[in-house]
Design a protein around this ligand. Structure first.
Ligand code: GN1
Ligand code: MG
Length: 355
């Protein structure tokens, strides 16, 4: 089946008029970082006031479930250390509006910003601290009350099957271009499949804690909160750890072509763990022990997903040029390998900071 890609939407102003926002002359600025949803800043008198998003219904089949997860979580995500975000309801008091897709509006936090990459140790520390606060606020919740917004999202057995299925059906030119990446995947899969059979505690996870899903204050550079909550659902802590590490210890972008720029930066890793360990009692011994391989697992599973998507002719992720999914894969696999080389180092740092 050919998936329909999200294209430029209907007039955003018309969509916004269905929501409970004051009448104003708003302008709209597209944010193009995300690979899944369509996102617009809603601006009034030169200042962003809201975030308007069309949720990708090819990816999120159960929009009501996505919004239910978010609405039951947001009231809990509020503390001295954590800035809250609100869902702005429609005039019919629903959490989304259906019109050529599914739209929602969220509050915007003033003077906030995101970073795709950073070489700043303070940013790494703050990222660790806010992820720790997010999990501390959500740890009392029973994760089974959450909808699986994408079933098997980080399930490697499922991703493994998807990959081999795609490989079988792929065009010759794509399998040839991806030969090295395919070999790498086949080599690492058995060990990582062993690793992910686990009896770790199940938590409510963010499931997409890459650096640019963390909001920072422009004034103080403190981390404010996590954004992009569509994948809030059950998971293991190492998912959120690994996703953060792959975008924090590595200062190159996700689709970096120059592999010499992909690094496992020990200082940034250590600062991140410093931030994370501000809350020493958050994690069990077993969870802490799972983290180093989690930092290998997450870039690997993302790489495998982008490789699978490449083999399926880019049906899932937005791509800006033909081989971008393969570039993402090679870069992610490269970082996964570097994380593997640093497992002992990660273990030592975690032991030190969490004792
Ligand atoms: C996707 O939409 P965005 O960019 O936040 C993806 C994540 C990947 C990420 C890679 C639902 O997230 O899993 O980590 O791209 N989200 C989904 O940048 O597939
Ligand atoms: Mg996302």
């Amino acid at each position: 089946m050919e998936l329909i890609k999200n294209t430029m939407p209907t007039e955003p102003a018309k969509i916004l008029s269905h929501f409970n926002v004051p009448k104003n002359s708003y302008t709209f600025k597209a944010i193009t970082n995300g690979l899944i949803n369509d996102t617009y800043l809603v601006i009034v008198t030169n200042k962003p006031a809201y975030v308007l998003q069309r949720i990708n219904n090819n990816v999120f089949k159960n929009i009501a479930g996505v919004m239910q997860n978010i609405e039951q979580t947001l009231p809990l995500l509020n503390s001295d250390l954590y800035s809250s975000i609100h869902v702005i309801k429609t005039k019919k008091n629903t959490s989304y509006h259906k019109e050529q897709g599914f739209w929602r509006v969220l509050s915007y936090i003033n003077n906030s910003t995101t970073y795709n990459t950073s070489t700043d140790k303070n940013i790494a520390f703050e990222a660790g601290k806010i992820i720790s606060e997010f999990h501390a606020l959500l740890s009392p919740i029973n994760a089974t009350t959450y909808q699986d917004t994408i079933p098997d999202f980080h399930n490697l057995i499922y991703r493994n099957n998807q990959f081999f299925d795609a490989l079988e059906k792929a065009k010759k030119e794509r399998t040839t271009a991806a030969k090295d990446a395919i070999e790498f995947a086949e080599e690492l899969l058995p060990d990582l499949l062993d690793f992910c059979f686990t009896e770790l505690p199940i938590r409510v996870c963010h499931n997409d804690t890459k650096l640019n899903n963390i909001l920072f204050s422009k004034n103080t550079n403190k981390a404010l909160c996590l954004i992009d909550l569509d994948t809030l659902m059950k998971g293991y802590f190492y998912y959120d750890f690994g996703d953060a590490v792959r975008t924090i210890a590595n200062t190159a972008p996700e689709d970096e072509k120059d592999l010499s720029k992909i690094t496992f930066n020990k200082e940034l890793f250590s600062s991140f763990v410093d931030g994370l360990s501000t809350n020493k009692n958050l994690l069990s011994k077993d969870e802490i022990a799972s983290l180093p391989l989690g930092a290998v697992f997450m870039p690997f599973i993302h790489g495998l997903r982008t490789l699978t998507d490449y083999l399926q002719n880019d049906a899932y992720y937005k791509v800006a040029y033909p081989n971008q999914n393969l570039d993402r894969c090679v870069s992610l696999f490269n970082f996964s390998k570097k994380a593997l080389d640093n497992v002992d180092y990660m273990n030592a740092i975690l032991k030190k900071k969490f004792s």
